[in-house]
Design a protein around this ligand. Structure first.
Ligand code: IMP
Ligand code: MG
Length: 179
């Protein structure tokens, strides 16, 4: 049995075990393969949070897949343009490709929506989202992610790639903020 962890000023309690995560990852990889048949799927993994999920999902996928890592950076533009978001790391042509975006968590959904909008400009054949965690109560988007590992309440979690102020990504299971 794993124990509580302490990061900076907060305590976290074990929430989703490694065993449960890995068994859901297997289900997701089978679903994706069943949906795409023998088609080659291009996974775009959004760094940093999804690195661990991506690794386990890739190890569980059969057939032809490709993987690239992308990152969404934001910087202050001019006063008229406000915040500017840029997709970095995508150095291949995605036109005509089946894309599956890999995310650690979809909370409000704004981050993944920005990624989708920028990818759509390059005319892929299809775009779906596969996220390990999904917080439906916080979600503000129109379409829920097609693939998700776990629906969770609107409460902060860390571990398995997810961080609290850059800490906690290294744990192999998911912890929830202690009440
Ligand atoms: P969004 O609200 O869906 O745009 O999510 C924005 C980002 O906030 C996610 O990609 C995560 O990096 C982070 N985030 C949201 N909820 C959590 C959480 O419970 N733990 C750790 N990071 C989170
Ligand atoms: Mg993230």
């Amino acid at each position: 049995m794993s124990k509580e962890i302490h990061l900076i000023d907060k305590d976290f309690v074990p929430y989703i075990s490694e065993e449960k995560i890995l068994s859901r990852v297997k289900v997701l990889s089978s679903q994706i393969r069943a949906d795409y048949g023998t088609n080659n799927v291009l996974f775009l993994s959004v760094l940093n949070g999804s690195f661990m999920f991506t690794s386990d999902l890739m190890k569980s996928m059969n057939g032809e897949v490709e993987l690239s890592f992308i990152k969404l950076s934001s910087y202050e533009g001019t006063s008229t343009s406000g915040k500017v978001h840029e997709l970095i790391g995508l150095n291949q042509n995605i036109q005509g490709r089946h894309i599956v975006i890999l995310e650690d968590i979809v909370d409000t959904g704004l981050t993944v929506q920005r990624v989708i909008t920028m990818l759509q400009m390059q005319n892929p054949l299809s775009i779906e989202v596969c996220t390990l965690l999904y917080k439906p109560e916080a979600f503000k988007g129109d379409t829920a992610p097609k693939y998700f590992g776990f629906k969770i309440p609107n409460k902060f979690v860390v571990g398995y790639g997810l961080d609290y102020d850059q800490l906690g990504r290294n744990f192999n299971e998911i912890y929830q903020l202690k009440d």
